[in-house]
Every structure is written in structure tokens, then in C-alpha cells.
Design a protein around this ligand. Structure first.
Ligand SMILES: Cc1cc2nc3c(=O)[nH]c(=O)nc-3n(C[C@H](O)[C@H](O)[C@H](O)COP(=O)(O)OP(=O)(O)OC[C@H]3O[C@@H](n4cnc5c(N)ncnc54)[C@H](O)[C@@H]3O)c2cc1C
Length: 406
């Protein structure tokens, strides 16, 4: 790592509020299971605070949801109630700090969003009014302003869209890798493929974790295992009700700029990164049929063949071209299936297991948006610095109600 990057890292220690920790927390051995963007951020913040961190992943960094994600950073989209909106806003702010400290590929473009369904559009407008009251600089704009902000996207005259200027996007794979590299530079060990298989307890306290590559002595375990099935029950002794859903993400080859902002149009989400690649995400999911159901059994992250992957990409590109005709020239580079880690109430699960106080859970949707703040605040709690009030609504022992936010 370059000297300049190291200096930035050390500066970030002050900026992020994650000091070198209490003396007794220095050297605390923490295993982070899961090297997605959430685990990587927790590992980075723990390492900054002086913990002895080992990150393990059963496959590889950013190989699951943090690869097959749309990677929109926002505090606006369905971020309710206000406490959740504030947590997301804090994370957006922390993204800016991490971007500066670690040179992360974040693009702050703002977003434009609208629906053709009258009821959903009305709800969007009322949510934006609420967001304004909460201090978000979002607003509804008309088609004239839309044309100025997004000249390459067709938009019905006399329509309105929500404009959220604070939103951004990130290359989630590169961000995860850079967070891990920074943690490693601060002393963390990154091991993969290495699967967490069990926990070893003595008098109810954690003494080690068992992995497919051997035993690791540890005083704390973080489960940042995303949508993986059965891990929380086995390792933390808690049942978290989830309604994990798949989504298809298409990444094109680099192309001249077509899109200025995040576009959340009816049926399709799209944005274009600074490297020229356009990212497409589905709004409502692939058509439900038997072939899909069979294909999705076992939660694959890739399609069984490039032909099927291309079929899905073509289906989504056709919707995108209706809005952005210049995407006709797009060539597909990758098609991924992502599985959303999604507790049934749509909110994150963050905190120690009620049964095993040394096992800390960090499982969530909107994990790209939330990774920075969750990393910082989870590290604070894990190292015993304090109980973070803003995380109280997300504890694993809350009562879960089915709420569809996405
Ligand atoms: C289609 C789609 C679109 C999305 N769009 C957005 C968006 O626009 N904005 C946003 O903020 N969020 C979005 N999300 C959600 C976001 O991507 C996730 O919340 C986030 O990536 C979760 O990160 P994670 O690190 O918790 O999980 P993951 O990235 O899934 O990482 C979990 C890791 O745990 C590892 N693991 C599992 N079990 C074990 C084990 N036993 N031992 C060791 N390792 C294990 C896995 O190999 C994996 O690498 C989207 C998700 C999807 C699927």
C-alpha cells in the first residue's frame, strides 16, 4: 500500500469516529464470517479500532449479494420510518468519508424515479413530501426539468418524477475488495474459501470457531453471511424470519455515456458507472413460471448457461431501450442472480444474539447503502465501547412482522 493511502487510512481513523478503541479491546480476536460488503466494512472498522480480525468466506469476497446488486446508495427509496431514513442518511455521509479515505469508486449522480401506476406514483409523491420534512433535499420535478437532468431518457410530457440529488452508486466488488485490503493492511487476515461450520463455547462464552480450513480461536464472531440459509440458527441460536428474493443484474461492456443519473423507471432500474458500464436491475422480478422455479432451487448466483443468461439480459435490455434508445448499442458483459438478504419486516438485523452474547449478527437488505454506518457502529458495539442507540430498532430479538417495503 502506498504511503499516501496509509496516511489517508490513519486520517480516516479520526474522521470515522472509530478511534483505536479502549485499551482492553485492542487485540480482541474477532472472526467475521462473510466477505460481502457488510462483512468487509465491519472488518475494516474493527481493524481500525485495533481488533485482531480474521475474515472468512465460504466462497470469495463479493461473490453473493454484493456482486449481484444494483448498488444504489440512497436514503430515499422506501426508507421509513424516520429512524431508518436517518440511519441511511448517516451511511450516505459515511460513504463520502470512506470514498475519500480509501479511494472507492462511488459516483454521486442523484436519482430520478417514477411510476406509471397512478397509486404508486401518488405514494411516491407523498413519500417525497415526507422526506423533505425529514431534511432530505429530494423533490418532485416536471418533464421540462427532467429533460435537462437526463437528456438521453424519454419521459412523458406533463409527468412528474422524484429527484433525489444526494443519491449515488458504487462498484460494489471493488469497494468490498478495497475495504478488505485496507483491513488487511491494518493487520486483518482474509481467508477464503473457508466455511464457518460451528462455534466452540466454554461456559456460554465463545472460545473458537470451526471452519472447513481449521479451528480459529476467537472471543467474538460476526455473522455477515447475507442470505445464507441455516447459518444464523446454527451459529447464533436464533431464528430470523426472512423472505429472501432473487433479482437479476445485467452489466454491459463499457460504452459512451448514455445515462447521467440513477433511473428508476417503470419495470427497470439503470445507471451507468464512471467506467462506462451500464447496470440494469429488475423492478419487479423475472416472470414467475415453472422453469424459473426449478432453476432457482438451490439459490444459484449464475445462470446454468450463457444462452439463458443472455435471454434474461435481452428481456431487460428491451425494457431499458424503451426509455433510453441509445442503449440499443449495449453489449452484455455479465448477468448475475443476486439473493437479497431480507428479514420479513424489510429492516436490518444487527446486534448480539440473545442466546450467545459473543455472536453478533449483521444481515440486511440495502446493505450497500448501509455498509459504512453498520461497519462503524457494529465495531463500536463489538469492542464494548458503547451500545449504539440508533441500532436499537434492529435487534435480533425484536418481534418480526411482515412488512413489504421493496
Ligand atoms: C438484485 C439486488 C439488488 C439490490 N440492490 C440494492 C441497492 O440498489 N442498494 C442497496 O443498498 N442494496 C441493494 N441490494 C441489497 C444488497 O446488495 C445487500 O444487502 C448486500 O450486498 C448484502 O451484503 P452482505 O455482505 O451482507 O451479504 P453478501 O454479499 O451476500 O455476503 C455474504 C457472504 O457470506 C458468505 N457466507 C455465507 N455463509 C457462510 C459461511 N457459513 N461461512 C463463511 N462464509 C459464508 C457468502 O459466501 C457471501 O460471500 C440488492 C440486492 C440484490 C440481490
Amino acid at each position: 500500500m502506498h504511503r499516501r493511502t496509509l496516511l489517508k487510512l490513519l486520517a480516516a481513523t479520526a474522521v470515522t469516529g472509530c478511534g483505536r478503541g479502549r485499551p482492553e479491546s485492542r487485540g480482541l480476536r474477532v472472526v467475521v464470517a462473510g466477505a460481502g460488503i457488510v462483512g468487509a466494512s465491519i472488518a475494516y472498522h474493527l481493524s481500525l479500532a485495533g481488533a485482531a480480525v480474521t475474515v472468512i468466506d465460504k466462497q470469495a469476497p463479493a461473490s453473493h449479494a454484493s456482486r449481484g446488486t444494483f448498488a444504489w446508495i440512497n436514503a430515499t427509496w422506501a426508507k421509513q420510518p424516520q429512524s431508518y431514513h436517518s440511519l441511511s442518511q448517516d451511511s450516505v455521509a459515511h460513504w463520502h468519508e470512506l470514498q475519500e479515505a480509501l479511494d472507492l469508486p462511488v459516483r454521486w449522480s442523484g436519482s430520478l424515479e417514477w411510476f406509471t401506476n397512478g397509486e404508486r406514483q401518488q405514494k411516491l409523491a407523498s413519500q417525497i413530501a415526507e422526506q423533505i420534512e425529514w431534511g432530505e433535499p429530494a423533490r418532485m420535478i416536471d418533464s421540462n426539468e427532467f429533460a435537462l437532468l437526463e437528456p438521453g431518457v424519454l419521459f412523458e410530457p406533463n409527468s412528474t418524477a422524484a429527484y433525489s440529488p444526494n443519491d449515488g452508486t458504487v462498484n460494489p466488488i471493488v469497494a468490498t475488495q478495497k475495504l478488505l485490503a485496507a483491513a488487511e493492511h491494518l493487520g486483518a487476515t482474509i481467508q477464503y474459501p473457508s466455511e464457518l461450520t460451528d462455534v466452540a463455547l466454554a461456559n456460554g462464552r465463545l472460545v473458537a470457531v470451526e471452519t472447513s480450513t481449521g479451528r480459529i480461536a476467537a472471543e467474538r464472531l460476526v455473522l455477515a453471511t447475507g442470505a445464507a440459509e441455516n447459518v444464523l440458527t446454527k451459529m447464533a441460536g436464533v431464528e430470523i424470519p426472512q423472505r429472501t428474493r432473487p433479482g437479476v443484474i445485467v452489466i454491459t461492456k463499457p460504452m459512451p455515456r448514455v445515462l447521467q443519473r440513477v433511473i428508476s423507471a417503470p419495470g427497470i432500474h439503470m445507471h451507468q458507472r464512471d467506467d462506462g458500464r451500464v447496470i440494469l436491475g429488475e423492478q419487479d422480478g423475472a416472470p414467475q413460471n415453472e422453469a424459473h422455479a426449478l432453476r432457482l432451487d438451490g439459490r444459484p448466483n449464475d445462470f446454468p448457461s450463457s444462452v439463458i443468461a443472455q435471454e434474461h439480459a435481452s428481456r431487460m435490455l428491451a425494457v431499458a431501450v424503451d426509455f433510453a434508445p441509445d442503449l440499443e448499442a449495449a453489449q452484455v458483459e455479465n448477468v448475475y442472480i443476486g439473493w437479497r438478504p431480507l428479514p420479513i419486516d424489510g429492516h436490518p438485523v444487527i446486534g448480539s444474539s440473545p442466546d450467545r452474547p459473543d455472536v453478533y449478527i449483521a444481515v440486511m437488505h440495502s446493505g450497500v447503502t448501509l455498509a459504512p454506518i453498520v461497519g462503524q457502529r457494529a465495531a463500536q458495539e463489538l469492542l464494548g465501547d458503547s451500545i449504539v442507540d440508533s441500532l436499537e430498532p434492529y435487534r435480533p430479538d425484536r418481534s418480526f412482522e411482515m412488512i413489504k417495503r421493496y
